[in-house]
Design a protein around this ligand. Structure first.
Ligand SMILES: *[C@@H]1O[C@H](CO)[C@@H](O)[C@H](O)[C@H]1NC(C)=O
Ligand SMILES: *[C@@H]1O[C@H](CO)[C@@H](O)[C@H](O)[C@H]1NC(C)=O
Ligand SMILES: *[C@@H]1O[C@H](CO)[C@@H](O)[C@H](O)[C@H]1NC(C)=O
Ligand SMILES: *[C@@H]1O[C@H](CO)[C@@H](O)[C@H](O)[C@H]1NC(C)=O
Ligand SMILES: *[C@@H]1O[C@H](CO)[C@@H](O)[C@H](O)[C@H]1NC(C)=O
Ligand SMILES: *[C@@H]1O[C@H](CO)[C@@H](O)[C@H](O)[C@H]1NC(C)=O
Length: 856
């Protein structure tokens, strides 16, 4: 080619130059279009028909016409065709100024602005970011998040589309409020499905700083999210999609408060302020590249802001009829309007409050409205930490109209304005109790109707109580003596069967001397002593049995109750080693560990003596439908936390760094206050396999609680305990045994089942109905999320117990996304996965402790 240049005539140089230039242009433009770029540099532009595509082929910046409109051409960000089968616009530049014809151009100007030019080269839209010096190399880039960013040469952001949203909120954006100016970042609806220009509806944060999200119709509130309780908006129906993803934060340095959203799984989500005033949430269905509406607000007329006026409540019975009613003690301001179905006038108090009449007598009371979306205009009394304090704060301030209290959650809310926008949820547990201040006479009216019934009921109850007391007294006088003599007789029988008088005295001498000599720290018991204490290991004293042997209840001569574990005889360890281990482990003390008091060795017999806990083990309560109600959410959370703290002590804080290896519900005992205590820790050491990390040829544990690497390869570490802990948490949350999920809904076990529901955004269903309630659900779901992180297949993906405890603390921020466990892959075509799953399935002996010796 160069040779050709020299050979040709006089105009060669010019033609050569033109040729080169053209060639270069062709090549570069070819490259440009073959691999659509995500970047434009200063001076570059795209025309109608050309596009910028984000690196991961998710978003595309291009010219488009909305719907079948003849409105003209707009520049906007849409989902790439590999993501969305239909044109789905998430941002529009020139929403108010469409271009007629296809001569439009989008350009990064030489002075670092992004402009949209019409066919004649006139600017119809500009970012106005002319702060950039003209010589800096400004670039425009479309990111995979959907953010279009204009950067100066130094990497500083001059402008980004996330700060200038149109009608779509994407994960990564902020719904923000400038706390100094009170200016909210607004998302504005389109005028119609075909017209991107600004419509009637805007969405943003309440400028009054209540941290509620509002939808306004031409500036008038149309819907509000309800107060933020630290986890979710209390005015929205519970769905984990919402409970999880949002987070409220304040940024002092920028002077903003904002919400962010983190998607709860890999599916793409977008929130759209739609032209008809609905906020709709769409989720991508990967297979079809279609969008599914997963949520929308307001869903019914009751959710329309102030539908029933002040002091009115709205209830929606699921049909099309909406009915407003005045709160107890209030009546319609205008009964004519009210009966016409115009409720906006609201209600007025029937009787003025006493405090308003300057009466000193404190005769106002509170009427409780259960389970509502709390009204607007609340004040948060951040210093009040009790229900009675909150009530007192409201009753002592005449301008206070109502209060609501929930300890760890919304705290104490007070209302100093008229109560507006109260929605009575279909399920009261979705809402909060509102206590409305009323004059005493209006309160009486409320109770008059039921008064007579109450009297009858109280009368009955008193009668019954009296009867019970009389019966008890009679029994105490005549019956108890018989009982005592019967007890005595039984004791004598025992003595006859086992002539233990001698033994007891022998024991007391040994034990007594030892204590006197201060040797009690060496926790060795004689066999005879233990035999006597347990009634010669009688079946009536048997508490249970596990993989390591039988457990009996015993009473030491001093009256102390103990649990005695008689180990099966198959320990490969020498006596001295055994004794040393027990002595070491007996020194571990933590309030969430069962105290090991000592041991007893005689011949082949090896016995461990523990403190006795009256409430037995967790599995005896949590899986028992008649008893599980004893464990409300607060107790369950306390149990989960206690187990985690016990594990932390074993893993990190104790001198021995013990891996439990057999954590399960039956190894968690409960004391009289339902505090959990881990038992059976250190069994691996006691049994003589005391590597802290590594490979063991003895797999000790319980299938269903065993981590994959431990069950299959004998590899264990503290992370295998975390796995068992995760299973245990899932069992506590569901109130069901791991094994009971065996053949459910294609799920092999609790992990598969939990994952499936969580992934389908139905995690709420996992939670035991007896503990499901609005005020706790977010914390409960957080526990499920944490548990799913603990049961991830790869040990390295799991958090350590330290991190688990931090996750359970409130305000620890969003949790990472758990990886899908392989169990779910049962039935998939993938051979290896299926094989693994089958291997698990063949272990039908869930929850049976086994000791398996692998040939190695
Ligand atoms: C840029 O400035 C012009 C004139 O001041 C204004 O009309 C236009 O709305 C501004 N554009 C943007 C995107 O703010
Ligand atoms: C741009 O110009 C200013 C002064 O006009 C100079 O200080 C700066 O270094 C220049 N920047 C670049 C990237 O050339
Ligand atoms: C927006 O408000 C105007 C009145 O200002 C009304 O005519 C129009 O129907 C409203 N549009 C929608 C979509 O509600
Ligand atoms: C409803 O009542 C309010 C006054 O309480 C009035 O301003 C409004 O116009 C009425 N609306 C209708 C549709 O009659
Ligand atoms: C009484 O309540 C109002 C409204 O909540 C509040 O503005 C005012 O400061 C309160 N007064 C006292 C003395 O607490
Ligand atoms: C994400 O969760 C939704 C339910 O909220 C479910 O429909 C969807 O299939 C899930 N996506 C993936 C990729 O698993």
């Amino acid at each position: 080619m160069a040779a050709a240049c020299y050979v040709s005539g006089r105009i060669t140089f010019l033609s050569c130059f033109v040729f080169f230039f053209f060639f270069f242009f062709l090549i570069s433009s070819f490259c440009f279009f073959a691999h659509a770029t995500d970047t434009l540099t200063q001076g570059q532009s795209i025309t109608d028909g050309q596009t910028l595509v984000s690196a991961g082929n998710i978003f595309e910046l291009r010219f488009f016409s909305p719907g079948n409109s003849s409105h003209g051409r707009y520049v906007g960000i849409v989902y790439h065709s590999s993501i969305s089968a239909t044109q789905t616009v998430v941002w529009v530049a020139n929403r108010e100024a469409p271009i007629t014809g296809s001569g439009g151009r989008l350009k990064v100007t030489s002075d670092g602005d992004l402009v949209v030019l019409d066919g004649a080269g006139g600017s119809v839209w500009s970012t106005n970011s002319s702060a950039a010096p003209s010589n800096s190399s400004t670039t425009l880039q479309l990111l995979d998040t959907g953010n279009l960013v204009l950067q100066d040469g130094g990497g500083g952001t001059l402008w980004q589309s996330f700060d200038h949203p149109t009608h779509t909120f994407l994960p990564g954006m902020k719904v923000s409020l400038n706390t100094t100016t009170g200016k909210a970042l607004l998302f504005t609806s389109w005028k119609s499905p075909d017209d991107p220009s600004a419509g009637n509806y805007t969405l943003g944060l309440d400028p009054n700083g209540s941290a509620q999200i509002f939808i306004w119709d031409r500036g008038v509130p149309r819907w509000r999210s309800g107060q933020w309780n630290g986890h979710r908006f209390i005015g929205t129906v519970m769905r984990s999609l919402y409970i999880y993803g949002f987070d409220y934060e304040t940024d002092e340095s920028q002077g903003i408060a904002y919400y962010t959203y983190t998607p709860h799984n890999a599916s793409l989500v977008r929130f759209v302020m739609e032209w008809d005033g609905m906020e709709r949430t769409f989720m991508q269905v990967q297979e079809t590249r279609q969008w599914e509406i997963v949520w929308g607000q307001p869903i019914n007329q009751c959710e329309v802001y102030g539908k029933c006026g002040v002091y009115g409540t709205c209830s929606d019975d699921g049909t099309t009829t909406t009915t407003c009613s005045c709160l107890q003690g209030f009546e319609p301001r205008s009964s004519a309007e009210w009966s016409d179905g115009n409720w906006t006038g609201g209600c007025a108090r029937k009787t003025p409050l006493h405090c308003q009449l300057n009466s000193s007598s404190n005769e106002d009371g509170f009427f409780t409205l259960p389970g509502v979306k709390l009204p607007d205009h609340s004040d948060w009394a951040s210093t009040i930490g009790s229900e009675s304090g909150c009530r007192e704060a409201c009753s002592s301030n005449c301008s206070c109209r109502a209060y609501a209290y929930a300890a760890s959650d919304i705290g104490c809310l007070l209302w100093g304005h008229d109560l507006i926008d109260i929605y009575r949820f279909e399920f009261p547990q979705d809402g909060y109790d509102l206590h409305v201040k009323l004059a005493a006479s209006d309160l009486d009216a409320a109770s008059n109707k039921t008064k007579s019934r109450v009297i009858v009921a109280v009368g009955c109850a008193l009668g019954l109580l009296l009867a019970i007391i009389i019966c008890y007294l009679l029994w105490w006088k005549y019956g108890s003596r018989a009982k005592v003599s019967w007890k005595k007789k039984r004791q004598q029988e025992n003595t006859v069967l086992h002539p233990s008088g001698e033994v007891v005295s022998e024991f007391s001498s040994i034990y007594g001397e030892e204590t006197q000599e201060g040797k009690a720290s060496e926790p060795l018991f004689t066999f005879d002593c233990i035999a006597t204490a347990t009634g010669y290991f009688s079946d009536s004293n048997k508490l249970g049995e596990g993989g390591f042997g039988h457990v009996y209840k015993g009473t030491l001569p001093g009256g102390q109750e103990v649990a005695v574990k008689r180990l099966s005889r198959s320990s490969g360890q020498g006596l001295e080693e055994f004794k040393n281990e027990v002595i070491l482990i007996a020194k571990l003390q933590h309030r969430n560990l069962v105290k090991l008091l000592g041991c007893c060795i005689q011949g082949e017999e090896k016995i461990l003596i523990y403190e006795y806990l009256p409430n037995k083990s967790l599995d005896a309560i949590i899986f028992d439908t008649s008893k599980k109600e004893l464990l409300d959410w607060k107790k369950r959370f306390n149990i989960i936390e206690g187990i985690a703290r016990g594990l932390l002590y074993l893993h990190r804080d104790s001198r021995l760094r013990i891996v439990h290896r057999d954590l399960k519900a039956s190894n968690v005992l409960l004391d009289e206050n339902m505090n959990p205590k881990i038992s059976d820790f250190g069994m691996a050491r006691i049994f003589g396999a005391d590597e802290n990390q590594g490979n063991t040829n003895r797999v000790v544990g319980t299938f269903g609680y065993m981590s994959p690497e431990y069950a299959m390869e004998g590899l264990f570490s503290v992370r295998s305990d975390v796995y068992s802990f995760g299973i245990l948490v899932l069992e506590i949350m569901t109130g069901r045994r791991n094994s009971s999920f065996h053949r459910m809904e294609n799920a092999v076990n609790i992990v598969g089942y939990a994952w499936q529901l969580w992934n389908e955004d139905r995690a709420v269903e996992l939670i035991d109905p007896t503990i499901r309630s609005a005020s706790t659900i977010s914390q409960a779901l957080r526990c499920v999320h944490m548990a799913l992180l603990c049961v991830q297949d790869r040990a390295n993906d799991r958090p350590d117990i330290d991190a688990v405890i931090r996750m359970m603390g409130s305000g620890s921020g969003p949790l990472p996304m758990p990886k899908q466990p392989m169990f779910v892959a049962v039935g998939s075509a993938d051979v290896t996965e299926t094989k693994i799953a089958n291997k698990y399935e063949s272990f039908s002996t869930y929850d049976v402790t086994i000791t398996m010796v692998q040939g190695r």
